[in-house]
Design a protein around this ligand. Structure first.
Ligand code: HEM
Length: 447
């Protein structure tokens, strides 16, 4: 069957229109071409839900279940191959996956359970990072232009990633820069990946010697038989997941700017609700990495053969008329029955953390700015081309800071709450000299 390529300019500009065209032509499951590889693209809410729940255990995410891959029919330079070959918990199944998932759950708990001091320190750190970034972007004056994607939403979660991982500040900055190179898949992406893998292996070894109060050490504590290689591959998931968080921050900021009712009542509850609505209308992880059925299975109007790649589209499922048609758009709270965090054996383990980062980032931005206006009409904002994520390439705004700086809540955590000199004394490079800060300063535009 000859099929159309999924990715195109049309798809980057408006994936929803492409989804509707595929839905009207094929129904809930469409055969598509993904960068030269034939894939089943699932658009129906019920079908996506059924595969995610995986009752009966017929679906696998393991690349060795991919028939064309095992038979050597996927070119070695297929651009998405490294994603599937990483072989961490997101691509495993059965007992191995359950053990890794248990380690993640245990290691993330201290940061996600608000009664825990680690979670409280992290919250203060996130507030401080947000304030520091707003400080840098507004160094040129109390009003001006900024790209909130590059100067705020993307660095913030990566600063959180460094802190979670327990990377020293000086090394952490190199890691942040390499993460960008890797995620943006530019010419230096492969070298950046190699350096990151080496940095994560080194970090895993160092934390095994001298554990700290960080995610890396908690992972080792939860699963002492982790090999360095295994742990490094797990840790490499984090930057990508935090970049999805960055895209959620951008999408929520656009929603708040464009919706005066939300803007007027920016209580924590209202932001939480906006995060949920944005996750529903514009899920950051728009399409999921492949699943492979282990036996032939009927899906939509087709029989999918064992070992065929199946890509679930959360974004298309949310727009499925059988789901979207039943949503009450006037309801005060939007439905939680969406799939933005997935469900079933591979569902997201960091939902609370991602929501917390997003909520703080948005609240801090709108607390500190008296005015924020999109510099482009919302429907002309540029999107990053990607088979998996729906993220803005840039978010240009005009801002005006509020007259008085909103005071930062006091705290005891050095990187999070002390003024810059104290953080420098604690081993953090002076902001003025650090490569990350120089990079961010380079992005500043005139007034
Ligand atoms: C807005 C940000 C995020 C979104 C939209 C998101 C969404 C998702 C989704 C949809 C999956 C399932 C993928 C699949 O089934 O193929 C997933 C898996 C996962 N997420 Fe998140 N996530 C986000 C941020 C985070 C963060 C910040 C963390 C941890 C700090 C995290 C931890 C995980 C883990 C460990 C898995 C793998 C679970 C498994 O395979 O068993 N996520 N996430």
């Amino acid at each position: 069957m000859s099929v159309e390529p999924l990715l195109s300019r049309d798809y980057d500009a408006n994936p929803g229109l492409v989804h509707e065209r595929l839905r009207s032509k094929y129904g809930t499951v469409a055969p598509v071409d993904l960068l030269g590889v034939p894939v089943w693209f699932v658009l129906g809410y019920e079908e996506v839900l059924r595969v995610l729940q995986n009752t009966g255990g017929i679906w696998s995410k393991h690349v060795d279940r991919w028939r064309a891959y095992v038979e050597g029919r996927i070119p070695a330079d297929w651009p998405l191959l490294p994603v599937f070959q990483i072989n961490n918990s997101a691509f495993q199944e059965g007992a191995a996956q359950r053990q890794l998932r248990a380690a993640w759950t245990k290691a993330l708990a201290p940061f996600q359970d608000h009664a825990n001091p680690q979670a409280q320190l992290l919250e203060k750190a996130i507030v401080r990072y947000a304030d520091d970034l707003i400080g840098v972007l507004s160094e040129g004056g109390s009003a001006g232009w900024a790209d909130l994607a590059a100067q705020y939403a993307r660095p913030l979660p990566l600063m959180v990633a460094n802190r979670l991982l327990g990377i020293g500040a000086a090394r952490g900055e190199d890691v942040v820069m390499d993460i960008w190179r890797m995620i943006d898949a530019g010419p230096d992406a492969a070298a950046a990946f190699e350096r990151l893998y080496a940095a994560m292996t080194e970090l895993a070894a160092a934390k095994r010697e001298r554990p700290g109060d960080d995610l890396t050490s908690y992972m080792i504590e939860a699963k002492p038989d982790f090999t360095l290689d295994e742990l490094a591959r797990e840790l490499l998931m984090l930057p990508g997941l935090l970049d999805f968080t960055a895209s959620l921050v951008c999408n929520v900021v656009v929603e708040v700017i464009s919706n005066p009712a939300v803007r007027e009542s920016l209580s924590v509850g209202a932001i939480d609700e906006t995060v949920n609505r944005v996750a529903l209308l514009n899920p950051p992880m728009a399409n999921l990495t492949f699943r492979f059925p282990m036996t032939d299975v009927k899906l939509g109007d087709y029989t999918v053969a064992a070992g065929d790649p199946v890509m679930l589209s959360v974004a298309a499922a949310h727009a499925d008329p059988r789901f979207a048609g039943a949503i009450d758009h006037h309801a005060i709270r939007s439905t939680r029955a969406h799939l933005a965090w997935s469900v079933g054996p591979h569902s997201c383990l960091g939902q609370r953390l991602a929501t917390q980062i997003t909520t703080i980032a948005v609240r801090r931005l709108f607390d500190r700015c008296a005015k924020i206006k999109l510099a482009l009409p919302a429907d002309q904002l540029p999107w990053r081309p990607s088979p998996f994520m729906r993220a803005l390439r840039s978010l240009p705004v005009q801002y005006e800071l509020a007259e008085s700086r909103v005071p930062v809540p006091p705290g005891v955590d050095v990187p999070a709450t002390q003024p810059a000199p104290a953080r420098e004394a604690a081993g953090e490079p002076p902001a003025s000299r650090s490569p990350l800060w120089s990079f961010l300063r380079g992005l500043r535009r005139g007034r």
